[in-house]
Design a protein around this ligand. Structure first.
Ligand code: THG
Length: 375
């Protein structure tokens, strides 16, 4: 089946790495933050297998940065998230839910603390810049907020350390999870973090300015030959197995962080000044009545989940929805992410999912699929 093409235009932004992505034979894109994001190179299953065995270079320039700098930067950051940032140091990254005044999720970015008065907020797919600018103007804060020309490039997979050491030196191996450091590349200093949207381990390189984009791409591809490097992208199957949430798919403004299972990233009692604090104090106390759960859907491979699939109990009563699903070759079942009512969210609960391929039985799992072995 041929897919309809996306009409390119100035609104649908290319990235500094787009020529490399195209030369590597990208088969499909999605649009993320008004920018191209590759979704398939060979096939989703081939890309998955390779991601778990080797190393891939991902054009994730669509993870745009909202830069916040100035005397009120720290105060503004704490207004934006219920996660307590008081102990965050320059050189650290934090996964931070961001909510509106009702406690509804606006984005789930990675915050990068460059200096006491300077942050990058590496956003998921929503126009967070507009919300931040509105707060700054309304509160008369002394900060500058903009979208700098910064393009993340991710290196993900079990052989990521070897590849990164070959290009940036042995020092990158010492980076701890969600820390970043500055590393030299052709006379420039690049922020490199141990982070990324997979469970296979790896790094994210924050490229400032686009000019060096293809030089960086080629350097990684060249040095990666012994490690079977390929162009890749966030992989649907792997991220569902890993329970990595996708804003706009698995959660929206209709959900609180607690419903998303992100309560562990909220310190609502101590996050003084955070927008939505009162609303979140209530939900934190009462607990959510529905929550994200891993599901296994019986039967053969389900089709792509393009809209929420209703989930019912065996008697046909609605108890939730599935928002992401894919066949997992490694687990020999369909893995899925659902939002399930508390009456039916216990592990082992049998449910029914209305997929476009018909009704399928499903089971609530205790944990996501990547760490099943850990007991
Ligand atoms: N990296 C960067 N920016 C991003 C993403 C990224 N922006 C868009 C999108 N991804 C934001 N969403 C996520 C979702 C999950 C994680 C990171 C960004 C993630 N979560 C781990 C977890 O949930 O276990 C680790 C969180 C932690 O322990 O602190 O990594 O991938 N730059």
């Amino acid at each position: 089946m041929t897919q309809p093409l996306l009409s390119p235009s100035r609104r649908l932004r290319r990235t500094p790495f787009s020529p490399g992505v195209e030369a590597a034979g990208v088969k499909a894109y999605t649009v993320y933050n008004h920018m191209l994001l590759p979704t398939v190179f060979r096939s989703v299953e081939e890309d998955y297998r390779h991601l778990k065995e080797a190393v891939q270079v991902w054009d994730v320039a669509c993870e745009r940065q909202v830069e916040i700098r100035g005397p009120d930067a720290a105060r503004l950051m704490q207004m934006l998230t219920p996660r307590d940032l008081r102990r965050m140091l320059p050189g650290q990254c934090y996964y931070v839910p961001m909510v509106d005044e009702t406690g509804g999720m606006l984005n789930d970015p990675v915050a990068v603390k460059l200096a006491e008065d300077r942050f990058w907020v590496s956003i998921a797919d929503s126009d967070l810049l507009l919300w931040v600018k509105g707060i700054v103007w309304g509160m008369r804060l002394d900060v500058l907020v903009d979208e700098p020309d910064v393009s993340p490039l991710a290196v993900q997979g079990p052989r990521a350390d070897e590849l990164m050491a070959a290009v940036f030196g042995e020092g990158v191996r010492a980076l701890r999870f969600f820390r970043f450091g500055w590393f030299d590349f052709e006379g420039r200093s690049l922020a490199i973090a141990r982070s990324g949207y997979s469970r296979q381990g790896g790094f994210e390189i924050y490229l400032e300015g686009g000019e060096m984009g293809m030089a960086l791409w080629h350097a990684l591809m060249e040095a990666g030959r012994p490690f079977d490097v390929r162009a890749g992208c966030p992989n649907l199957i792997e991220r569902i197995e890993g329970g990595l949430l996708s804003y706009g798919n698995d959660m929206t403004r209709a959900n609180t962080p607690h419903e998303c299972g992100l309560g562990r990233f909220c310190n609502t009692l101590t996050a003084i000044g955070c927008v939505g604090r009162d609303a979140l104090l209530r939900v934190a106390q009462e607990g959510p009545v529905r929550q994200i759960r891993p599901l296994a859907i019986d039967g053969p491979a389900v089709p792509a989940c393009l809209e929420a699939w209703p989930v019912t109990d065996p008697g046909g009563r609605r108890v939730g929805q599935v928002t992401s699903a894919a066949w997992s070759p490694d687990h020999a079942t369909n893995v899925a992410i659902g939002m399930i009512r508390m009456t039916h969210w216990e592990p082992g609960t049998r449910l029914v999912v209305e997929t476009p391929a018909g009704r399928r039985e499903a089971e609530v799992r205790a944990r996501f699929f990547h760490d099943e072995a850990k007991g």
